[in-house]
Design a protein around this ligand. Sequence first.
Ligand SMILES: [Zn+2]
Length: 191
Amino acid sequence: MEKKKGAVFLDRDGTIIEEVNYLRDPAEIRLLPGAAEALRIIQEYYPLVIITNQAGVARGYFDEQRLRQIHRHLELLLAEEGIRLAGIYYCPHHPEVGRFPYRQDCQCRKPKPGMLQAAARDLALDLAKSYTIGDKLSDIGAGKNAGTKTVLVRTGYGKEQEEQIASSQFSPDYIADNLLTAAGWIMMPGH
Ligand SMILES: [Zn+2]
């Protein structure tokens, strides 16, 4: 039987690209410094899967068609850097805002693990051999709840979130200044 492999799950905003409040225009996408290099390193060993909460859909700021345009553009920018994603999973829901079907207490909104579990089914991944990287404790929660190791990056909201670790139920396995440092930690043997 073929052994399942791990993946690296990545938050989008504040982790791979600059944090923009409810990004709704593909032209607003900016890769963070070092992000492309980090992804090129990681993809040599692990499939790359983006997992992103996009409650802007539930809030009516943009629709799913626009979100898919944004993701096509992101994939294009990454392809120009020699990077290929294994998947992009997004949660368009919010538990209290918007209308059905977007207003719902879904299983995919981080820190719930639904997006990672869906990717694991679709791509035959072993979550116990996987890593989750993000700038929010909700990313760390989703990664933990799915059974992956987790890295908080200090880009995006990461520095503010780091100060809240002590009062949070979610604590990352490692804290990195940015995606490139996170990639270096993941590549180190022994965890
Ligand atoms: Zn959802």
